[in-house]
Structures are given as structure tokens and as C-alpha cells.
Design a protein around this ligand. Structure first.
Ligand code: TYM
Length: 333
């Protein structure tokens, strides 16, 4: 029988804090489904990327383990999917060095994430923050990924990974698969509940703007009730109604309803009815995952076994590509 090679998907997630509803709706929820849609999925926690921002070591360890448990709770199936911790697969930093040498200062200077983060952390514009896209390109290219599912904010980083791959292949012949970004139609950019013009992020100074996937139901309800909207009261998707558009987007992704259907559902009702309805949808979506998360995180031995066993699975794939790239550039094997 003819065997059809599955297309490979790769994506990774930083673990600088607890995942936000933005990570969940814009990325995690869609990515996990792909394992049942005929793709071979490789996912990882980008703990090396997390070092580019000052952090507390004990917290990074805790957040990394919790993030691992959260993805298991969401249903990552380790029989089908490889799911590891980046720092446990040394090929990432090894290939990143090589790619650093094929990436230009000018193109790294144009990265919007670098510009945003260096403005935000002006006292710590470190070299890692600058070369972050080279490590991310290594993450992707090591696995010969066909598709890289990400939220809209990471599109530029996938594009530079493509540029680096094409440049390298152009010089040395086919070495890396040139990856395509995969960006969801809905939920690709979940905005802060307090400032709907900036994306929801773990590092949001105003924690009322950010829903964490581990927030208690009461906290989720309180944050949604306080969400910034506008001076009208009509639930309508329209330009300039950024707060309401964002809430409608969240409600739509979870319930599967279109914007028109949501408008109809809340016709004649105001934000006073709409905001708690969005909160309820989020609470019910997260409830079973939070319960499963608590069980997994309490079982330290199981959790450790999972990530320990997955590092060599990832290394086996990554090493093949690394050896090929080293050979092409003339390193003695
Ligand atoms: P990170 O950790 O910031 O985010 C993880 C994923 O969540 C998406 N996301 C969002 N989607 C919608 N609305 C939001 N408010 C929102 N916030 C985050 C991100 O787009 C991403 O898909 N550099 C990457 C991590 C990384 C990576 C990689 C990704 C490292 N190596 C290789 C793909 C491939 C990052 O910081 O994502």
C-alpha cells in the first residue's frame, strides 16, 4: 500500500508566565486539533527564548512545568505528537549559531517585536533579544516543518525564517524545507480587555486586561465585567468599537457563532447582558481543562516522565538536520 507522508507542523510557546486567553484562542486551541487532522505535529515550550527578558529562575521552572501540564490537560496526545522543552534539545542553540551567520543586522533591526521589546525593556536590550528570530528560525528549520501555526503577531518571525532558509538553500543546495505560516481566520489577535488596541499579553501591566487560562471563574467574570467598551450600548461589530469587537471575537471563537449571529442574539440587550455572557462562555470552556490541569500538575512523576521521554524523540529529528547543515557549511564531522 502506498504510504502518504504527513505534512509536518511545528509551533512553540514561551513560558514567561501562565498562558493568556490570547495564547489559548489564537494558538493552543487550534494547534492541538491539528494532531487529529492528518498532520505530524511537533510542539515545544520555548524556555530559551524566555531568557531574553529578566526573569526569576524559580518562576521560569514553575511556569515551564505548568505550561507543559496545561497542554497535556488540553489533550496533546503524546502517541501522535512530539512535545518537548526547547532547552532539553541542544540542537536548537547549535543550529541557531550557524543561522546567526546567515542573517543580516539590518533585517533583525526591522523586527517589530525587537523594537517593541527593546522600548519596553530599555535597560536590558541584550544580544539574545536581537538574535531571537535566528533561534526561532532554528526551532522551525530543524524539524523541516511545512507549516508553522502562529497568531498574527508572530507572522514576521516566520517570514524571516523563510528568508533564512531560502538564502541558505540558495548557497548550499536544498537543506531546509521553506515553511509556510498558518494564521487562524478568527482569534489571531486577541486584544487586551483594558486597552483593545494592544494585544493581550502575559506582560500587560494592567492585569485586568489579561485573562490567564488558570484564572478562577470569579476573576474571569470580574475582568470581563470591567472590560473597556464604548459609550453606546449596542452589541454591534463596527469600526471604532474596538472593545466590543474584541469581546465579540472571543465569544465567536468559543461558540462558533458569526458576528451577525451574535448581533442578533444580543439585539435589544446591552453590554450589561453581553459581558457576563462572554465571561460565562470562557469559564465553561476552561473549566474541564483547569480540572484536568490540577490533576496532572499534582502528579509530578508523570509530568517529568512525559517531558523526559519527549526530548530524545525531538533530538532524533533535529540531529539529522543539524548534521546536514554542519556538513554543508564545512564543519568536520
Ligand atoms: P508567544 O509565546 O508569545 O505566543 C505563543 C502563541 O500564541 C499566539 N498569541 C496570540 N494569539 C492571539 N492573540 C494574542 N493576544 C496572542 N498572544 C500570543 C502567538 O502568536 C503564538 O502563536 N516567538 C514565539 C514562540 C516561538 C515559536 C517558535 C513559535 C519560539 N520558537 C517557533 C513558532 C515557531 C512567541 O513568543 O510566542
Amino acid at each position: 500500500m502506498e504510504t502518504i507522508e504527513k505534512k509536518r507542523i511545528l509551533s512553540m510557546y514561551q513560558c514567561t508566565g501562565t498562558f493568556t486567553l490570547g495564547n489559548y484562542l489564537g494558538a493552543l486551541r487550534n494547534h492541538i486539533k491539528l494532531q487529529d487532522e492528518g498532520y505530524q505535529c511537533v510542539y515545544a515550550l520555548a524556555d530559551l527564548h524566555a531568557l531574553t527578558i529578566r526573569h526569576d529562575p524559580a518562576e521560569l521552572r514553575k511556569y515551564t512545568k505548568e505550561a507543559y501540564a496545561f497542554l497535556l490537560a488540553m489533550g496533546i496526545d503524546l502517541e501522535k505528537t512530539v512535545f518537548f522543552i526547547q532547552s532539553q534539545v541542544p540542537q536548537h542553540t547549535q543550529l541557531a549559531w550557524v543561522l546567526n551567520c546567515y542573517t543580516q543586522f539590518g533585517e533583525l533591526s526591522r523586527m517589530t517585536q525587537f523594537k517593541d521589546k527593546s522600548a519596553k525593556h530599555a535597560d536590558n536590550i541584550n544580544a539574545g533579544l536581537f538574535t531571537y528570530p535566528c533561534l526561532m528560525a532554528a526551532d522551525i528549520l530543524l524539524y523541516q516543518a511545512d507549516y508553522v501555526p502562529v497568531g498574527a503577531d508572530q507572522k514576521q518571525h516566520v517570514e524571516i525564517a523563510r528568508d533564512i532558509a531560502e538564502r541558505f538553500n540558495g548557497i548550499y543546495g536544498d537543506t531546509f524545507t521553506v515553511p509556510e505560516p498558518m494564521i487562524p481566520k478568527h482569534g489571531a489577535r486577541v486584544m487586551s480587555l483594558q486597552n483593545p488596541l494592544s494585544k493581550m499579553s502575559k506582560s500587560d501591566e494592567n492585569q485586568n486586561g489579561n485573562i490567564s487560562v488558570l484564572d478562577e471563574p470569579e476573576t474571569i467574570m470580574r475582568k470581563f465585567k470591567r472590560a473597556k467598551t464604548d459609550s453606546e450600548s449596542e452589541v454591534r461589530f463596527a469600526p471604532g468599537k474596538d472593545g466590543v469587537n474584541n469581546l465579540m471575537g472571543i465569544y465567536g471563537v468559543i461558540t462558533g457563532k458569526t458576528m451577525e449571529e451574535i448581533e442578533k442574539e444580543f439585539q435589544g440587550k446591552g453590554y450589561g447582558d453581553f459581558k457576563p455572557a462572554v465571561a460565562e462562555a470562557v469559564i465553561e470552556e476552561l473549566r474541564p481543562i483547569q480540572a484536568r490541569f490540577r490533576e496532572i500538575v499534582a502528579d509530578k512523576a508523570y509530568l517529568e516522565k512525559c517531558y523526559r521521554e519527549n526530548a530524545p524523540r525531538a533530538q532524533a529529528i533535529a540531529q539529522k538536520t543539524l548534521a546536514k547543515a554542519y556538513r554543508k557549511v564545512g564543519l568536520v564531522s
